[in-house]
Design a protein around this ligand. Structure first.
Ligand SMILES: [Zn+2]
Ligand SMILES: [Zn+2]
Length: 811
């Protein structure tokens, strides 16, 4: 390290103390004036913050401080996603109570965040495991139960054998548990669900209509997850029965070619056949075989397609012909209706199944201008075409036939147009202790009853044995389970499942607007003022989990009448991950850098500069020690320049035009770059300004140039900036000083020279006006005569622009 008198540790603790004593970041509660709600995803109190947190929160902190200096009221809160399994696992392993473990982690991590100098309004802090918080969640749950939005049903659920609990679909990633990576099993269990599917259409529609400030990638992931598909439902009567088998298909044009039916193992018709069919033993064997297919193999489609005849037939509603009904291992009860009409000529899987079991294949679609023959076909024709063997619909094109056949089915009362979604209802109950109790009791005479509002919260009992074995810990807590029925006053039992912790994080962003409100979950007036979130920052891994749930929960609270808000968040930024030695930092890989060690060695300001300068926020960041050193050296350079100036060691001189122009240019660049999250280029511009001022040292610098430098550095390295600002003789802190303004007239007429390269070789230069947008510069480079000549009409693979320097065209 350089020998110098920059002492980050002393400076930093001094300013942190002053911010705390003066409540510097406590936001005005009047609910009036220009506001900005900046939020970073709330952390789980695992014990220590990691470099990913440092990066995430620093990105947010620069925005918050920048807005504050622009005179905006910034809500910048912090709290804790405090329920969850690690606390319980620690309890099982080390015998420490989950509450104690959680709260002591919170205390430690709060200290760490304070040591990084983040501008949080700590008066709004809360932990979601506090009954003052979860009581409102319980109240909302009882209201959802009364409206039928929260309901209990038995079905196949995702079960993690290592976490000993069910998981929501969103918590299963490639067949494995999101938390522990263990392979997920399927189990039939009775669980609580929220009817998120009722909101599928609005969740989808708003992506395009109301979330212009969200990354396209996240919106695309949500669209795929919601998975809307338009098609037709068709009812197939079961022979000699009043029953019907309902299917959903996007290809009703192939209905004349449906020659057999495949249903899921759990389909009621199969259960029925198990009791009555002549081949019941064969069916039983098949069901056992199917149950053994492992979940991962299923997801990766690595298992043999297998089926068994159920002894039953259904009738094709258009042809009137009998279709044998098979139980098939590739049909899932939870997906669609649990039954699939099989059209072997036009679906490859059905084709193979038909060949295997010697079932009829009927051709009903021919590609335009081509003849097909069922006898010689070696695979299914899955494309569009012209209908054949389809009665009155012969000669129609596929798309016309879909409409015509659907309307025919509707007329006959045998089907209709329908929309389905891939999204399934959200399973919200968990079989673990450390979560919010589900406020429901079971009574022999009254059935399932919600706990009345005035009896909430249902508190999580403190004295519970946690062994990690033998089912839900709450179920073994007699004192908790036994209660009286709110309906009849008789003996009743409490629900012993707890809520998915994603329930707590679905509305915390609303609670921050009025964190101490005791008349309901939120104060509508404060929601009106603060929401939606102006800028939300967090990881892409939440794209189809939390980021769907919090949108859904907002709509639930709206429809329960608590708030008047459709979407919780206007702008979203998903930051990249932190890597070291080419892998994501993790304890198991042994490549973790502890922020505490780094702060002790270099100071928080260096960590902040490094995490912003090393990569643009949305890209992954590769840890590198030289980068940290470099960030530290930059701060030392700022420190020296300003302290030398104060000590009178620099010559004092009025700024000439060149200097003024450079300064205004720099302010403009830094201002615009912060607004669009280009922190690395903003810092680069400040570095250039520092270099420029050093270069002027012998000629002389003026006070204003030095002061502007300090103010521009403030959002990035706030401790250093406050200290220098004070040394410059100011009483008030930089945070309450106006962000420096720039004068466009000083910059206009100023141009920059941009080098144009093709595959790294210099081809030409461009003169463009300062402040020309990046996209425009790329466009100009591509239009350049020498470039067109070199490219010879070919489209380049990539156009890379390094701001204010060069455009490299990769051909
Ligand atoms: Zn697990
Ligand atoms: Zn009762």
């Amino acid at each position: 390290m350089l020998e110098n008198n920059y002492r980050p540790c002393e400076i930093e603790s001094k300013w942190q103390k002053r911010w705390e004593e003066e409540n510097t970041f406590k936001v005005d509660e009047s609910g009036k004036g220009k506001k900005y709600y900046l939020l970073e995803m709330l952390p789980y109190p695992s014990g220590k913050i990691h470099m990913g947190h440092v990066r995430n929160y620093t990105i947010g902190d620069v925005q918050a401080r920048f807005r504050m200096m622009n005179g905006v009221k910034v809500l910048h809160p912090m709290g804790w996603d405090a329920f969850g399994m690690p606390a319980e696992n620690a309890a099982i392993k080390h015998g420490v109570h989950p509450a104690k473990w959680t709260y002591s982690n919170i205390d430690y991590m709060r200290g760490q965040l304070k040591r990084l100098g983040f501008s949080y309004d700590w008066s709004r802090e809360f932990a979601t495991c506090n009954p003052d918080y979860y009581r409102w969640e319980q109240q909302v749950f009882t209201e959802l139960f009364e409206k039928g939005i929260a309901y209990k049903k038995t079905s196949q659920v995702n079960w993690c054998p290592s976490c000993n609990t069910v998981l929501a679909n969103e918590q299963v990633v490639s067949g494995a548990c999101w938390r522990c990576d263990c392979a997920v099993e399927m189990k039939s269990m009775s669980q609580w669900y929220l009817r998120i599917t009722d909101y599928a259409e609005e969740l989808l529609r708003n992506l395009d209509e109301k979330l212009a400030g969200w990354p396209e990638r996240v919106k695309l992931m949500q669209k795929e997850w919601i998975g809307r598909s338009e098609g037709t439902y068709v009812d197939f009567p079961v022979e000699d029965s009043k029953e019907k088998i309902r299917v959903f298909t996007t290809r009703s044009d192939t209905l004349f070619g449906a020659t057999f039916m495949c249903v899921a193992c759990e389909h009621p018709l199969v259960q029925d056949a198990l009791l009555s069919a002549a081949n019941a033993v064969e069916i039983k064997n098949f069901l056992e075989r199917s149950a053994r297919i492992d979940h991962k193999a299923r997801l990766e489609d690595r298992y043999e397609k297998d089926g068994v005849f159920t002894g039953k037939y259904c009738i094709n509603p258009l042809t009137g012909s009998k279709m044998p009904v098979y139980a098939a291992n590739f049909v899932l009860m939870d997906y669609g209706t649990g039954a699939v009409m099989s059209v072997p000529a036009h679906d490859q899987r059905d084709f193979e199944f038909a060949k295997k079991y010697n079932l009829p294949i009927v051709l009903v679609i021919e590609p335009v201008g081509e003849k097909l023959d069922v006898q010689t076909m070696t695979c299914a024709w899955q494309g569009d075409g012209i209908l054949v063997n389809s009665g009155q619909f012969n000669g129609m094109k596929s798309n016309e036939a879909i409409a015509a056949i659907t309307s025919n089915l509707k007329k006959e009362g045998r089907g209709d147009a329908a929309v389905t979604y891939r999204l399934k209802d959200w399973c919200v109950s968990r079989q673990r202790y450390w979560g919010a109790p589900i406020p429901i009791v079971y009574c022999d005479s009254c059935g399932t009853v919600a706990v009345p509002k005035d009896e909430l919260p249902v508190r999580l009992p403190h004295d519970v044995k946690l062994s990690g074995e033998g089912g839900s810990p709450l179920a073994k807590c007699e004192k908790f389970v036994t209660t009286t029925c709110p309906g009849c006053g008789g003996r009743a039992k409490r629900e012993t499942d707890t809520m998915d912790t994603f329930m707590e994080s679905s509305w915390y962003m609303l609670r921050y607007a009025s964190p101490h409100y005791d008349q309901g979950p939120v104060d509508a007036k404060m929601i009106e003022y603060w929401l939606p979130i102006d800028q939300y920052i967090g990881g892409i891994e939440h794209a189809v989990g939390h980021l769907i749930y919090f949108r859904y929960y907002t709509k639930l609270l709206r429809d329960l009448g608590y708030i008047n808000l459709d979407e919780p968040c206007k702008n979203l930024m998903t930051q990249g991950m932190v890597y070291k030695d080419g892998a994501k930092m993790s304890k198991s890989k042994g490549n973790v850098v502890d922020p505490d060690d780094m702060i002790a060695k270099y100071g928080a300001d260096t960590m902040r500069i490094f995490s912003l300068f090393a990569a643009p926020p949305e890209k992954d960041l590769e840890w590198n020690d030289q980068g940290v050193e470099g960030s530290y050296r930059f701060l030392v350079r700022v420190w020296r320049l300003v302290t030398d100036f104060i000590a009178g060691e620099l010559k004092l001189a009025d700024a000439n035009d060149e200097m003024k122009r450079f300064m205004h240019k720099t302010i403009k660049k830094v201002t615009c770059d912060i607004e669009r999250f280009h922190f690395n280029t903003a810092i680069a511009s400040i570095m250039e300004w520092v270099n420029f001022l050093y270069g002027r040292a012998s000629l002389g610098v003026d006070r204003q140039s030095i002061e502007r430098l300090v103010l521009m550095t403030a959002p990035f390295a706030p401790h250093l900036a406050e200290e220098l600002w004070k040394k410059l003789g100011h009483e008030e802190m930089t945070i309450s000083v106006n962000w420096p303004a720039y004068d466009d007239s000083m910059i206009s007429g100023d141009t920059m020279t941009i080098v144009i390269q093709i595959n790294g070789k210099l081809r030409d230069k461009l003169e463009v006006a300062f402040g020309t947008p990046d996209e425009k510069i790329k466009e100009l480079a591509l239009q350049n005569a020498k470039v067109s000549e070199q490219l010879g009409g070919k489209t380049p693979q990539k156009v890379i622009y390094i701001p204010q320097k060069l455009v490299n065209i990769v051909a």
